[in-house]
Design a protein around this ligand. Structure first.
Ligand code: GDP
Ligand code: MG
Length: 598
């Protein structure tokens, strides 16, 4: 093995532009997989990922390639997740590379995540290989997209590969360009060890498995290693590469990409972005770019059936083993009983965890509306973090409330600029810039409160732009806002799980909207139920759920048995996600009602 013949690279693209398809072609051509193993889109492993067409877990595959001069090369293809929630993981996996293939769809052009990924690649000094994919499509507009690449990213037209991953056009050229354009890894095997952890996962038998890229030095089976973020030391009991299935080795050296295990019980010890060095003769400094990831979005998860509380706790423990950015702590709600307050990197991360709990662990959940972390400065000068709206102090105890803002990047055809601005305005956005990418497409940036992004922003953007908008965001910091807590009362009782934080200017409108919505969502009870929205002691909106008129079954009295059974079944179905809250039966949708405001 010759270090000069190693190429470490990644593929970056907006979702659906063809990353997995191109990766498959590359895998086929480098004969990494036998026919039997070759299943479609190898890199997207998990079932859930496949269904949603996204990549959550990073992967690294070792490939061998013989170029047109008959020289042998060792490629490491490092996969990156494709969603804004996982930006940090993307940046760390790019840090393991010297180059990246940049894919842009020939019919779509540059999208929000194309740019976000390009910035991450440039931050990491990567060589870019631009590929315009899907040139086989009848509506491909290769010229326009090439011009966009030139104008927006500064890529020379002559450097662009025209490809169809589907029809195997341009794939051979891409492989040659990996050899000619991407530099080999720079480090030296003589230096003290610096291995970057760019992913980790948990195996119940072997403990944490760290995915690593050796940037300096080399590392052997049996070595005593140190994790530089927390100083903990472990002895390596397995080390290997992905070819693409895991294969044991005795040693990894500079430029190598692979994995190691060391009886590390807690996956939180192998943090993405951390540096592994030797306990003896350690590196002086860790590799740059490590940061501790903090959850940004919180919600309550409660079992529909309180008997499943322990199942839920065990399931969360299991999921946390594989996901050090998932946080949870026990929470008890007067309305919903015992459950957990959980923290996530973003909305997609939250949905993925909820879905896995239900699918893989068979737990039926009531989830409360997501919330962000507010910084609350109280009149006694203490500053607290509030991640659960029901914990917001009373208004008279508050001096200042600050909330996280994001810098949002939205790209749309110019016909939709008006709609985007309208949504951004309604979401308390502060305009930053608007730039034309080409004659028809516009890049708009805004500062928007993260809480407003959480409140149904994606869906509104999608529907108002007929799906043509793409969207990406970065957290930009905390700012003061005039925020108040809104309580919801059912039958005169405050329902803690329905409280939410709202800007004072929107309080009346949202309060009115939610009481009307709850009136429709909550089924009629035997008695009349008033629904109220209140700020402090002041009720600002009210509606009434009328009492049930008759027992539905009395209509089929004596008669048609099958109709009666159908009704019973329907009622049972409806009951699945119901929760008795005080004396009122409340369905799951009610807890999400504040998310759908239009
Ligand atoms: P990813 O989200 O970037 O991984 O995109 P995928 O590789 O999953 O591709 C998204 C969709 O585009 C799939 O339906 C692919 O079959 C399709 N696709 C990928 N490459 C091409 C191509 O070169 N031509 C055409 N027509 N479709 C393609
Ligand atoms: Mg994919």
């Amino acid at each position: 093995r010759n270090q000069a013949n190693v190429r470490n690279f990644s593929i970056i693209a907006h979702i659906d532009h063809g990353k997995s398809t191109l990766a498959d072609r590359i895998l086929e051509k480098t004969q990494a997989l036998s026919q039997r193993e070759m299943k479609e889109q190898f890199l997207d492993g998990m079932e859930l990922e496949r269904e949603r067409g996204i990549t959550i877990k990073l992967n690294a595959v070792r490939l061998s390639y013989t170029d047109k001069h008959n020289d042998d090369y060792l490629f490491h293809l490092i996969d990156t997740p494709g969603h804004v929630d996982f930006t940090y993981e993307v940046s760390r996996s790019l840090a393991a590379c010297e180059g990246a293939i940049l894919i842009v769809d020939a019919a779509q052009g540059i999208e929000a995540q194309t740019l976000a990924n390009v910035y991450l690649a440039l931050d990491n000094d990567l060589e870019l290989i631009p590929v315009i994919n899907k040139i086989d499509l009848p509506n491909a507009d290769t010229d326009r997209v090439a011009r966009e690449l030139e104008d927006v990213i500064g890529i020379d037209r002559d450097d662009v590969i025209l490809a169809s991953a589907k029809d195997d056009i341009g794939v051979d050229e891409t492989l040659e360009r990996i050899v000619s354009d991407i530099p080999s890894p720079a480090g030296s095997s003589e230096n003290p060890l610096q291995a970057l952890i760019f992913d980790s996962l948990y195996d119940p038998y072997r403990g944490a498995i760290a995915y690593i890229c050796v940037r300096e030095g080399s590392v052997k089976l049996g070595d005593k290693i140190r994790l530089m973020a927390n100083g903990k030391e472990f002895e390596i009991n397995e080390i290997g590469v992905f070819a693409p299935n895991p294969e044991k080795r005795d040693e990894l050296t500079v430029g190598d990409v692979g994995y190691l295990t060391a009886s590390i019980k807690n996956v939180g010890d192998t943090r993405v972005g951390d540096t592994i060095t030797h306990a003896k003769n350690p590196a002086e400094n860790p590799l740059p770019g490590y940061k501790q990831l903090n959850p940004m979005v919180f919600c309550g998860l409660f079992p529909v059936n309180s008997g499943q509380y322990n199942d839920l706790r065990e399931a969360l423990e299991r999921l946390e083993l594989n996901d050090s950015s998932l946080q949870y702590e026990a929470e008890s709600s007067q309305a919903l009983g015992f459950g957990f307050r959980c923290g996530f990197l973003g909305l997609l991360h939250m949905e993925i965890i909820q879905e896995r709990l239900e699918r893989e662990f068979n737990i039926s959940l009531i989830t409360t509306a997501p919330s962000v972390i507010y910084e609350v400065e109280k009149t006694d000068d203490e500053t607290i973090e509030v991640e659960n709206p029901s914990a917001m102090p009373d208004a008279q105890l508050i001096k200042d409330v600050r909330e996280p803002f994001v810098k949002a990047t939205i790209m749309v055809p110019n016909d939709y600029v008006g709609s985007v601005m309208e949504i951004a305005q309604k979401k308390r956005g502060e305009f930053i810039t608007m730039e034309y990418l080409d004659e028809v497409r516009v890049n708009i940036t805004y500062y928007i409160p993260l809480s407003e992004i959480v409140f149904d922003f994606f869906n509104q953007l999608k529907s108002r732009t007929k799906g043509y908008a793409s969207f990406d965001y970065d957290i930009s910091g905390y700012r003061s806002s005039n925020l108040v807590k809104m309580d919801i009362l059912l039958n005169g009782e405050t329902i803690d799980a329905l409280s939410f934080i709202v800007h004072r200017d929107f309080a009346y409108e949202r309060g009115k909207h939610i009481v009307d919505k709850l009136k429709d969502l909550i089924p009629r009870q035997q008695f009349e139920v008033p629904v109220q929205a209140a700020i402090g002691n002041k009720v600002i909106a009210r509606s009434t759920i009328k009492a049930m008129k008759k027992n539905v079954l009395s209509k089929c009295y004596g008669g048609d048995i099958s109709r009666k059974r159908k009704l019973l079944e329907k009622q049972k179905e409806g009951k699945k996600r119901m929760k008795m809250v005080g004396s009122v039966e409340v369905p799951q949708e009610a807890f999400m009602a504040i998310l759908e405001m239009d």
